[in-house]
Design a protein around this ligand. Structure first.
Ligand SMILES: [Zn+2]
Length: 323
């Protein structure tokens, strides 16, 4: 029996007017997820994924829902600017009149896609070159897009009679937002709350991110009424599982930060690479292992959050020590 399902539509209605679209499986990334919200023959898209995954299914999905993609797709909201979620924006923008929306702090990643690898992961030329030859969802191979609307905390986005509220989180990247629909208790959590995959304690942040913001965001979101938690990777979470998931993400961030502090205490002073080596050898925290640029960025951001709390110090952001 064939399990090849690339040509089969995978759109699923979760509640009336909320559709879940799942891409193919990628190791460490799971299934990249896209959501379509429909009301009054108007549609809004949250995170289109890469151009092919599930980006190439979106136009077909809209048609299957009885919509005219060009005129009925009103907006494309990017929870943040990472390639695995914005790679599909350019192609959709060409074939629809949808307004592209993103927070101001991640707009640069839509406008200059290469900045993700160069600035947010600080990848050298050799690594960026090597990435052109693998199929990583983080590869940057898409055309730049100028956003139509810049989002800030507290903004609202309407589709038909439905209203989404923008909540700035800024943990996973400095332009990360989540979207809350109060009337249905839906939270579109992007990569701020996800299981990356199969373990909500496994996460990474780019160099612009903040663990301080991430912990504050999880604290805020934990206290909200959520019936559906809708992340940008893998499956959604329903009811009490939603709050459990947020709690696990928070625990993971605290555990990661405490581990970095403990390892620094053992060494007395260390640079980021030495702490990465210690984490790798001790396997003391779960982290994405296939992309070896993601752990150093997360360690560096953790050190900066610890410095904010007065727990570590550095003279030049190279060698870190206890104050
Ligand atoms: Zn991301």
């Amino acid at each position: 029996m064939s399990v090849e399902s690339n040509s089969i539509m995978v759109v699923q209605e979760l509640i009336p007017g909320l559709y879940y679209l799942r891409g193919r499986f990628a190791p460490e990334f799971g299934f990249i997820s896209t959501y379509i919200i429909v009301d009054d023959d108007q549609a809004l898209l949250v995170d289109p994924g890469t151009a092919g995954d599930p980006g190439d299914l979106i136009i077909k999905a809209l048609k299957e829902l009885g919509l005219k993609p060009k005129s009925d797709l009103k907006g494309i909201i990017c929870t943040h600017g990472h390639p695995d979620h914005i790679g599909g924006v350019g192609r959709l923008q060409q074939s629809t009149d949808a307004s592209v929306m993103i927070h101001k702090n991640d707009a640069e990643l839509l406008e200059t896609p290469d900045l993700f690898l160069k600035k947010r992961l600080r990848m050298d030329f050799a690594k960026r070159f090597a990435m052109k030859f693998d199929k990583s969802p983080l590869r940057v191979n898409f055309r730049p897009v100028t956003p139509d609307r810049i989002l800030v905390d507290g903004d609202t986005i309407k589709v038909g009679r439905r209203i989404l509220s923008v909540i700035y989180t800024g943990g996973h990247s400095e332009g990360h937002i989540v979207l809350y629909e109060k009337s249905n208790n839906l939270l579109f959590s992007g990569d701020e709350i996800n299981n990356f995959p199969n373990d909500p304690r496994k996460f990474y942040v780019d160099l612009s991110g903040s663990l301080t913001n991430k912990i504050a965001a999880t604290e805020q979101l934990r206290n909200m009424k959520i019936d559906y938690l809708l992340p940008a990777h893998d499956v959604f979470h329903i009811g009490a599982d939603a709050n459990l998931q947020i709690k696990e993400v928070q625990d993971g961030v605290v555990h990661f930060q405490d581990t970095v502090l403990a390892l620094l205490k053992v060494r007395g002073e260390a640079d980021v690479d030495q702490i990465v080596l210690d984490i790798d050898r001790s396997r003391s925290v779960p982290y994405p292992v296939l992309m070896d640029s993601l752990l150093p960025t997360t360690v560096e951001v953790a050190l900066k959050s610890l410095r904010l709390a007065g727990l570590v110090a550095t003279d030049d952001e190279n060698i870190w020590f206890l104050p």
